[in-house]
Design a protein around this ligand. Structure first.
Ligand code: ADP
Length: 335
């Protein structure tokens, strides 16, 4: 596929180069023909004028009004050829530039949907397979109570995973059409504490620390949206710590000046390459390659986070943590 693309590209560059060269050649030819025609016509005119007796020699002919008008006419034609050539080359270059840009966008989009299809198939299939296995085991065998409870717990976790995935999918579809933030006064401190308590149960190997600096005013925001933002960022922090769930995650709430609330989620995980720090907020974007990646996901989480933050007129950015990992920073205006 990649090879075929390179071949098509090379071929189109060759065709374009040929077109430009051919065009130059035709322009020069036209230019020369124009000059030849001018020479022939002025020669003819000179002979006719000498014949009529209006002039006696070449010097008189070059000063005559007829020659001046003929020369003006041909000079105008020369400029026309030059002008047309410039317009043509500019349009060709612009055309190639836009086609190339469109083509690159198409390629990125198709790569992303391929990634998305691969990851979503995996994300849908694996919990279904696990639940099925649990149900089959429970049907086939009489197991001790303890084992049964453990299996049921696993199946429940998998349904939760499915539920999150479907919710994310529906939410991202909604973000593009009907989402608007249902604003109500929120106590972000309380909200984050609740979420962190739940996540501490869900990820017993991860350690979460939550700090708040100073007083925090109520924030006018969409509760479901804010929960989704915090959950996505905190779960990513665990997921990309690259330590099988062992992770040190800090959430930090403070005021930035008078008018903005700042939320930082810091992890000490794998970090994000510089050139991908902006792209990770695009729909379906995931760092690396779907065939080699180990962490599960769909590339929807940060897209949803970014869209919700924007719907609250806020901004999200990411930078490197010290000594390792990432810091996601959200600024939310209070007004
Ligand atoms: P998903 O986690 O489903 O892949 P996200 O949109 O949440 O999708 O994240 C997009 C990508 O950004 C992830 O695939 C991952 O490569 C990268 N990423 C997100 N959060 C972190 C993090 N805390 N540390 C390192 N990489 C991260």
């Amino acid at each position: 596929m990649e090879k075929q693309n390179i071949r098509i590209r090379l071929l189109s560059y060759l065709v374009i180069a040929y077109m430009i060269l051919a065009f130059f050649w035709w322009s020069i030819l036209l230019f020369n023909k124009n000059r030849d025609a001018f020479r022939a016509k002025s020669q003819l005119m000179k002979i006719e004028m000498i014949d009529e007796g209006t002039i006696n020699d070449t010097a008189q002919f070059l000063e005559s009004a007829q020659y001046a008008s003929l020369s003006k006419h041909y000079t105008r034609q020369e400029w026309m050829i030059v002008g047309e050539a410039i317009v043509f080359v500019i349009s060709l270059v612009l055309g190639v530039y836009f086609i190339n840009r469109g083509y690159n966008k198409e390629m990125v989009a198709s790569q992303q949907s391929r990634n998305f299809l691969l990851s979503i198939t995996h994300e849908l299939k694996s919990p279904i397979a696990s639940i099925r296995l649990v149900l089959e085991t429970l049907l086939k065998r009489e197991l001790p109570r303890e084992k049964t409870t453990q299996l049921q717990g696993n199946a429940l976790k998998e349904t939760e995973r499915l539920n999150t995935l479907v919710n994310n999918l529906l939410f991202s579809a909604k973000l593009e059409s009907t989402y608007h933030a249902n604003k109500e006064p929120l106590d972000l401190h309380e909200l984050l504490e609740e979420i962190i308590t739940k996540l501490s149960d869900k990820y017993p190997d991860a350690s979460f620390t939550f700090k708040q600096e100073g007083e925090m005013p109520y924030f006018q925001g969409d509760k479901m949206g804010m929960i989704s933002v915090a959950l996505n960022l905190l779960e990513n922090a665990v997921k990309y710590s690259g330590n099988g769930g062992k992770a040190n995650i800090e959430a930090h709430l403070s005021m930035q000046g008078e008018g903005q609330i700042k939320l930082e989620i810091k992890d000490q995980g794998v970090g994000i390459p510089e050139k991908e720090k902006k792209q990770i907020f695009q729909k379906f974007y995931r760092v690396g390659n779907e065939d080699t990646r180990t962490a599960k996901g769909t590339g929807l989480g940060l897209y949803i986070v970014d869209q919700i933050v924007r719907a609250h007129s806020g901004r999200i950015s990411v930078h490197d943590n010290v000594p390792r990992g990432s810091v996601f920073e959200i600024l939310l205006p209070i007004a």
